[in-house]
Design a protein around this ligand. Structure first.
Ligand code: ZN
Length: 216
């Protein structure tokens, strides 16, 4: 039986001090996460972006300068997305496959551009601990752990000290509840394979007379 999985995601970095601290914690805990990075921060801190990838995490697009994509014109929308994917690829050798729009601001026009023009999946979240309001590490930990559900995507930001402080306890609590951890792309692949498995089961007619299903 497979155990439930959540994806930890961290937005708005890389941050020069906090992202390396977070990477140390994730390495100690043996957990892989997804980093929604800001393009201009990748340009400023390329070594940290490379470390994210080198340590097995996923790096994904969170725009170049963090505008609400719904409030900018088509030209800037295109460059916010394209320049970020380009700098990630140039610095890390990895081409991102998905994007989280800043503030979660999305509409049909922005969604179509991300998907169609840039070939990126749009990823939101299932739990928001409002860590950007800096409610304290214990509150962030409790909100993330209580909000977690199988297949959930947990939102956090690696630019707030309390969020980093919350992580060892958050990860320990989630492990104690039986959760494993995956990157967003891994989670999507798992969900797709489950969907494929469940749709493959439906049209199967009974084959011969094999008696009751075997008990394993
Ligand atoms: Zn953000």
């Amino acid at each position: 039986m497979s155990r439930p999985i959540v994806a930890l995601t961290f937005d708005d970095g890389p941050h020069p001090e906090l992202t390396p601290r977070l990477l140390d914690i994730l390495r100690q805990q043996g957990v892989r996460a997804t980093f929604y990075v800001i393009g201009r921060n990748v340009e400023t801190y390329p070594d940290i972006a490379r470390r994210i990838v080198a340590e097995g995490h996923e790096i994904a697009n969170h725009s170049w300068s963090h505008p609400a994509l719904t409030s900018i014109g088509a030209g800037r929308l295109n460059s916010e997305i394209a320049n970020t994917s380009q700098v990630i690829q140039r610095v890390t050798g990895r081409r991102p496959t998905n994007m989280r729009p800043p503030y979660g601001a999305i509409n049909d026009r922005v969604r179509a551009s991300i998907l169609r023009d840039h070939g990126l999946d749009v990823i939101m979240w299932s739990v928001d601990p409002l860590d950007w309001k800096r409610p304290g590490a214990e509150v962030v930990r409790r909100r993330l752990v209580e909000g977690a559900t199988p297949g959930g995507i947990l939102l956090a930001h690696d630019i707030h000290p309390g969020t980093i402080e919350a992580m060892p306890g958050t990860i320990q609590d989630l492990k104690a509840k039986g959760y494993g951890f995956a990157t967003v792309s891994q989670l999507l692949a798992l969900q797709e394979s489950k969907l494929a498995a469940s749709s493959a089961q439906k049209p199967q007619p009974p084959v011969g007379n094999e008696g009751p299903a075997s008990v394993q």
